[in-house]
Write a protein that binds this ligand. Structure first.
Ligand code: H2B
Length: 104
């Protein structure tokens, strides 16, 4: 008997599909094989608060962006290791981050 499929492997999106989805996320861009956005805050403490909020969401989603902090700037880079590129999980995480960070 086949065992239950709990987590089907995410599919890598092709370039045309990535561009199509990116047009709905104007703050994000493609950097190599990752979705990327830099968020700007009033100071380092605000930037670090954002990092911690993202970290909690990443643990819940089991999807962890690379995060680079430069004083008041945080760059998130997203890809899906299992897919070997960008999947819909990356777009879902990007969209949710935008909706949690209006005005960042
Ligand atoms: N984060 C990101 N950004 N991409 C992944 O493919 C990924 C991850 N995979 N966090 C997760 C962890 C995977 O290794 C675990 C087993 O769910």
């Amino acid at each position: 008997m086949p065992h239950a499929q709990s987590n089907p492997k995410p599919l890598r999106l092709d370039h045309a599909e990535i561009e199509r989805r990116l047009s709905a996320l104007p703050e994000w861009s493609l950097s190599g094989d990752q979705l990327q956005r830099t968020f700007v805050f009033k100071d380092f403490v605000a930037a670090m608060q954002f990092v911690n909020v993202v970290a909690v969401r990443a643990e819940v989603a089991q999807h962890h962006p690379d995060m680079l902090v430069r004083w008041n700037r945080v760059t998130l880079s997203l890809s899906t290791h299992d897919a070997g590129g960008i999947s819909e999980k990356d777009f879902a995480f990007a969209l949710e981050t935008d909706s949690n960070c209006a005005g960042a």
